[in-house]
Design a protein around this ligand. Structure first.
Ligand SMILES: [Fe+2]
Ligand SMILES: [Fe+2]
Length: 354
């Protein structure tokens, strides 16, 4: 059972979710969203989402909270209150907070009672931005070995894409604003996982479907979400861009691929096969794909993409469960609650059988 603490201690977003009602905490986070609202008595309050390397935390800031400014060194000894315009500009800034866990209709609620805008030079936002747990050199080594595994015409095209400016943007981009891999290097991590999964599936079916082209699977899997480098930005938190909002990553990705393929003089059939994977990878028209997967390679990439998304949702949903919990809160993106099977589940079953 969680223990109750009465003096605030430094905590990350995961630690805070393990605390009990009345526990107090303090921490340093980056502000993702901050929305001013009005309560039923006409007083202002704020809904805030903060994040760190461990995830996100949704909290409330009530009208009696204190807002402090330590953003410049000369204010440090005599902190001033933050002005309304500073409060409105806190998105993407690093703040120190103290807070307390409360109970709201049987659910844990996190209330921040002091928010301090920190000196962004001393606390650079990029240091508090979430990024892939896998180190970037490990990700880039895996990318290079996947590219090198392809025959020359595919390998040379992939090198053309990933060695240039497009490749640099691809390495930094998140795979989403929320839901899955919504952190720096998330797009690369997701694309590599989809490629690994698709390669394993293609390998499994290679004997039954000898025409299956492994190199097209690899190229299609690596490039399926290419458009996300134009759909999202890290500024310094993951955000959707205007083209991302009004054109989405499938159209943007195909447009970029079309141009790159022509510049690299990719053979027409290969261009059609990889382009088809980019356009069809969401698997259904209602999920944004203008065409359904029609080739062995596109079917495999589409299934692998969906699998990696859902596995990530499972991980994300169960990571903050209390030790005694095994069913997650409802996960809207995946439209289900997830179940973490524990040794305790199996022990209970064994006991009831005896
Ligand atoms: Fe996608
Ligand atoms: Fe994807």
């Amino acid at each position: 059972m969680p223990t109750t603490t009465t003096s605030p201690r430094m905590a990350n977003t995961s630690d805070i979710k393990m605390l009990a009602v009345s526990d107090v905490f303090k921490g340093i986070f980056i502000v993702n969203t901050l929305l001013k609202k009005t309560d039923k008595n006409g007083r202002p309050y704020w809904e805030i989402t903060v994040s760190d390397q461990h995830g996100n935390l949704n909290a409330k800031i009530w009208s009696d909270a204190g807002w402090w400014d330590r953003s410049t060194p000369d204010l440090e000894l005599k902190p001033d209150m933050l002005t309304e315009s500073h409060i409105n500009g806190l998105k993407g800034k690093v703040v120190g907070i103290t807070g307390k866990v409360a109970d709201f209709r049987g659910q844990l609620q996190y209330n921040f009672n002091a928010i301090t805008l920190l000196n962004q030079g001393k606390y650079p936002p990029t240091q508090y931005t979430a990024h892939s747990e896998i180190p970037l050199p490990v990700l880039t080594d895996r990318l290079e070995s996947m590219i090198d595994s392809c025959r020359p015409e595919v390998r040379d095209f992939l090198k053309f894409v990933f060695d240039g400016e497009t490749g640099l943007a691809f390495r930094d981009a998140p795979a989403a604003v929320s839901n899955h891999h919504a952190y720096a290097h998330g797009l690369l991590e997701h694309s590599l996982a989809v490629t690994d999964s698709a390669r394993a599936l293609a390998d499994t079916y290679a004997d039954i479907y000898p025409s299956l082209d492994m190199d097209v699977v690899v190229a299609g899997a690596l490039l399926h979400d290419l458009g996300k480098i134009y759909s999202y930005s890290m500024s310094p938190i993951p955000e959707i861009t205007l083209p991302g909002a009004v054109m989405d990553h499938i159209a943007l990705g195909y447009a970029a691929f079309d141009k790159l393929a022509d510049e690299a003089k990719l053979p027409p059939t290969l261009k059609l096969e990889i382009g088809h994977i980019i356009l069809s990878h969401h698997g259904q028209k209602e999920f944004g794909s203008p065409v359904l997967p029609a080739t062995l390679e596109a079917l495999i990439v589409s299934i692998s993409d969906e699998l990696d998304f859902k596995l990530f949702c499972w991980k994300d949903a169960v990571k903050d469960l209390q030790p005694e919990q095994n069913i997650s809160a409802y996960h809207f993106a995946a439209q289900r609650r997830f179940w973490r099977i524990t040794a305790q589940n199996n022990a209970d079953e064994e006991t009831s059988r005896n």
